[in-house]
Write a protein that binds this ligand. Structure first.
Ligand SMILES: *Cc1c(COP(=O)(O)O)cnc(C)c1O
Length: 476
């Protein structure tokens, strides 16, 4: 494609763009159980207006755009008070959970360089359930990860295992509230005691749960403490663009003191252009996500969020009970929030997922890792609550269909051969060959993903990671 020689008319452009969406998942139907956090049509219309009215304001320079400074300050103030931080707590607005987590790991790493100068090879201790973005942050920032197991039944971090994994090089330990895979909250208070005892930084990943879990607690549900009231916590990440329902591009990272946030920041005057001062990874920064997040919080309000929490908590209970009643399925752990995952010991769960998606649902596969078996993930939205009975009915039927489908053949043939390969020595061509064997050409995925998921599920994670990178590199 080339840039059009002559500009198009606005309606022609918008119509074409709308057409591009035709194959996207239809999230407004409420039958999508991942990726989208939808507060409904009225909030969506408002968010759009707020977003576009601030689209071009540039948060890069708060002196030129005091509006972005004010929006960020007020958003952070609401976030900190929501998580019961005191007057010393501070934070930053970021583009998403991953950026928040990269910022927290950077702040901790650079704080440790000053305060623990004897550490030359810093490590962060991660339960296997900690989000992938910590691995990404460690990769970008040259920090080592040390993984610890989670409990086989609850999937929560095991405090003793975290304690054992702390070495003289440890700078940070991480707990999640909640973790993505099973929606459970780690024992943050115990991790806090360990962090104080061993003098390491505790980061609480509240990207998924930090916001809505406070409303779950207010409803009287049993939610372990995870916020700034927990001694030992030094930083918390919390996304507005998940269960605060703001549009994408909105998250926060918060610290118990200004001293910690100092280490997150960056300035550069060593070039010929304008002096750069950036609190976070982004430099030029649209005011759109800020204004839209501010608008969302003001539109829904504490009363609205309480009502949403009540609805989705109730739906989650019904979904978990319904899944438990299907003989071939079992829920993993006991979700503390409105996300859940389930697996099967008797039928191929990837077939169940394909069958569900063919029926117009969108449910998400998760590969086996450590003690977490391959499973199907559900994030439960307010707009999906009306579908609970239909979802459960279709699930029971899809399990029956999956029972009759062939399973394990490709993975059985390929798995053992692939498992012996060394991910670090394989050429890009070899990975391309593997993709072709799995039925993927030119980045195009087959309609049914069970075969590919089965293969990925049997591979060591390092091989899976290289395969996914090769796939993505072909896709664009
Ligand atoms: C989604 C998520 C993240 C990463 O956030 P992004 O906004 O996708 O970058 C981190 N931690 C948890 C628990 C999450 O659910």
């Amino acid at each position: 494609m080339e840039i059009p020689a002559k500009g198009w008319k606005a309606d022609e452009i918008l119509e074409t763009l709308e057409g591009y969406k035709s194959d996207d998942i239809d999230w407004r139907s409420g039958r999508t159980w991942a990726y989208v956090y939808d507060p409904g049509a009225a909030a969506e219309a408002l968010m759009k207006e707020a977003f576009t009215s601030f689209m071009t304001e540039n948060g890069l320079d708060p002196t030129a755009f005091p509006s972005t400074h004010r929006l960020e300050t007020e958003l952070l103030s609401m976030a900190i008070s929501h998580l019961q931080g005191d007057e010393d707590a501070v934070g930053s607005f970021t583009s998403g959970g991953t950026e928040s987590i990269i910022c927290a790991v950077k702040a901790c790493r650079d704080w440790a360089r000053d305060h623990r100068p004897e550490i030359t090879e810093p490590e962060i201790v991660l339960p296997v359930s900690a989000h992938a973005s910590f691995h990404k942050a460690a990769h970008y920032l040259d920090v080592r990860t040390v993984l610890t197991p989670t409990d086989d039944t609850t999937f929560k971090a095991i405090p003793e295992a975290v304690d054992d994994a702390i070495s003289p090089n440890t700078i940070m330990v991480v707990g999640s509230a909640c973790q993505y895979a099973q929606g459970v909250v780690d024992p943050i208070a115990e991790l806090g005691r360990i962090a104080l005892d061993r003098d390491v930084w505790l980061h609480v990943d509240g990207c998924m749960g930090g916001f809505l879990l406070q409303f779950f607690r207010q409803l009287g549900r049993d939610v372990e403490p995870f916020d700034f009231t927990v001694p030992g916590v030094r930083s918390i990440s919390m996304d507005f663009h998940k269960y605060a329902f703001a549009p994408k591009g909105a998250s926060t990272v918060m610290y118990t003191s200004r001293e910690y946030r100092h280490y997150q920041m960056y300035a550069c005057a060593s070039w010929t252009g304008y002096s750069v001062i950036n609190p976070t990874v982004q430099s030029t920064k649209s005011g759109g996500p800020l204004a839209a997040a501010w608008a969302t919080l003001h539109f829904i309000g504490q009363d609205g969020y309480t009502e949403i929490a009540r609805k989705v908590a109730d739906a989650t209970d019904r979904i978990c009970a319904g899944i438990a009643a299907i003989p071939d399925l079992r829920v993993l752990g006991k979700p503390d929030m409105n996300l859940a995952s389930f697996t099967s010991d008797t039928v191929n769960i990837f077939h169940v997922i394909d069958e569900m998606n063919e029926r117009g649902w969108y449910v998400q596969p998760q590969l086996a890792y450590a003690n977490s078996p391959e499973n199907c993930h559900l994030s439960i939205n307010p707009g999906s609550v009306r579908w609970v009975d239909d979802l459960l009915g279709d699930l029971a039927e899809c399990v029956e269909v999956a029972r009759s489908l062939p399973s394990g053949e490709v993975a059985g043939q390929l798995g053992p051969a692939l498992a012996d390969l060394d991910a670090s020595t394989l050429s890009p061509e070899a990975y391309q060959g593997m993709l072709t064997m799995a039925g993927i050409e030119g980045g195009k995925l087959p309609d049914r993903m069970a075969g590919i998921n089965e293969i990925l599920n049997t591979l060591p994670s390092s091989l899976t990671e290289q395969l996914l990178i090769s796939y993505l590199n072909e896709l664009y």
